[in-house]
Ligand binder design. Structure first.
Ligand SMILES: Cc1ncc(COP(=O)(O)O)c(C=O)c1O
Length: 397
């Protein structure tokens, strides 16, 4: 059997490795508290589940769904955008439901990138932007996201020869993994930049509905001219605790939406219809749930940030999203610190380098740990300094 060359360049997905390590620990009978994965622990709201159950009984929903999704779902997405961001969308031409936003993010690359083309991707960043670029035969140019620049890419620093070959610019705020946010001014600058250099922009807004202290995320499509050059990805996964149901959407530029619909119709067979009805209920039903959920995350954020700073890790409270991006102690790399926490304390975090080389010096902690685990995790983290001292003494003696 001879596998493709691209398989050689495909590293295992970061969380597959982390899950393996957790399973090994558990098999030895050890308890592990994982802050590594951003998978909401709270359940999908009951009204959404209720709709899903009812629709699952309807035989009409047992058959192949259409790639473009139910017209009622596209309409619900357009109305949600109008209500939430005051953006008008044509439900037929500018909206496309997805089997989770990861699916669309992976597939949209095939609409832009041929062999030798470049995609501009954030580093650190969600790994799917660069992996899909590689699978499409293209190259990623990594834009460093640094603290000095508030974890925004410095677009003007991209070398002109790179810009000549670049076709696609990826941005994502509220950001995974850094927890940074972007305002409308940044989105306006990004659109101007894309117009100057004939780039398309894909904005990944998977975390837009999780925000704290009254902060409200802007939509990239609110920027002047955004719809002429780009699209925005959204997901019901984090907003409505629906990661397991697999449903998201992409909205914006008609030509891009149409190209992605074309790719998808050749590769997948749409979203199960009962899940589409559940999504309609999520988007059009009561929304107070969002605030309740954000209050839980905010409380966890404050507890975690306090503990992390108390053991010497610099961590700022994020305004939005579900992640804390913490600086590791000076004498550790990201990976060394991650392994130290796992080996000695049974606490799992995601190493910053799993998101790119500019993630060195950081670890990412997710707020999606249920309260019982959180209390255990916090007390284990609080022990880190003293257990380190004892461990080092043991090493010396
Ligand atoms: C930045 C970002 N975008 C997109 C996704 C994909 O979410 P989903 O496929 O569940 O919609 C994730 C998931 O963690 C993410 O972190």
């Amino acid at each position: 059997m001879r596998m493709s060359r691209r398989m050689e360049n495909l590293a295992p997905y970061l969380f597959v490795e982390i899950s393996k390590k957790i399973a090994e620990k558990k098999a030895k009978g050890e308890t592990v508290v994982s802050f590594a994965i951003g998978d909401p622990d709270m359940p999908t709201p009951p009204n959404i589940i209720e709709t899903l159950c009812q629709e699952a009984h309807n035989p009409v929903n047992h058959r192949y769904p259409e790639t473009e999704g139910l017209p009622e779902l596209r309409q619900a997405i357009a109305e949600w955008y109008k209500k939430r961001f005051d953006i008008s969308l044509d439900a037929n031409e500018e909206v496309l439901p997805l089997i989770g936003s990861k699916e669309g993010i992976g597939h949209i690359t095939f609409c832009f990138i041929d062999s030798g083309d470049i995609a501009l991707v954030p580093d650190p960043g969600y790994p799917v932007y660069s992996v899909s670029t590689m699978l499409a035969g293209g190259e990623s140019y990594y834009m460093p996201l640094t603290e000095e620049n508030n974890f925004l890419p410095d677009l003007e620093a991209i070398p002109p020869p790179i810009l000549k070959r670049a076709k696609l610019l990826w941005i994502s705020y509220p950001n995974n993994p850094t927890g940074a946010v972007a305002d409308l001014d940044f989105f306006n600058r990004a659109v101007k930049f894309a117009q100057q250099h004939e780039l398309a922009i894909c904005h990944d807004a998977a975390y837009s509905e999780i925000a704290f202290d009254g902060y409200q995320s802007a939509s990239f499509l609110q920027a002047d001219g955004a719809k002429e050059i780009g699209v925005e990805f959204h997901s019901l996964s984090k907003s409505y605790n629906m990661t397991g149901w697999r449903i998201g959407m992409v909205v914006g530029n008609t030509k891009v939406i149409s190209a992605l619909r074309e790719v998808k119709s050749n590769l997948d067979s749409g979203i199960p219809q009962a899940i589409q009805y559940a999504a309609i209920e999520a988007l059009t039903g009561p929304q107070d749930y969002l605030q309740e959920k954000n209050a839980v995350y905010q409380r966890r954020r404050d507890l975690l940030v306090e503990i992390l700073n108390s053991i010497g890790l610099e961590a700022k409270p994020p305004k939005a999203g579900i992640y804390i991006w913490a600086k590791v102690p000076k004498d550790y790399t990201s990976m060394e610190f991650t392994n130290d926490l796992l080996d000695r304390l049974g606490v799992v975090v995601a190493p910053g380098t799993g998101f790119g080389k500019n993630g060195e010096g950081y670890v990412r902690l997710s707020l999606t740990v249920p309260d019982a685990g959180l209390v255990k995790g916090l007390s284990r983290l609080a022990e880190w300094r003293s257990s380190k001292r004892q461990f080092r003494q043991k090493e010396v003696t």
